[in-house]
Design a protein around this ligand. Sequence first.
Ligand SMILES: [Zn+2]
Length: 98
Amino acid sequence: MRRRANRPWTLAGGADLAYGDDDRRQTIRLLTDPRLAANFLHTHRKLHPSDYDTMIRVMDLVWDCPEDGTVNVAGYLCGGCFASRAWLELAARCRDGR
Ligand SMILES: [Zn+2]
């Protein structure tokens, strides 16, 4: 995974309708939870909590746009190119021949 540390996550792309409102609310709640590291330790017992950027990726709370590097909250379209995560991942697989 290419790291794009120190970029803030965004909701600017708007809701990805492939996800439900409850899923989006839960993701945002987890992203802003001051107990994130404790939750990470509880759900990922075999991993050590590390920096915030790593934990939110391991917990699949954000996704990095493969086209423009925008850090997007799971359940939202890309704030840079407004494409969905599923479409961008499919396009990347086709382009890379995976
Ligand atoms: Zn994008």
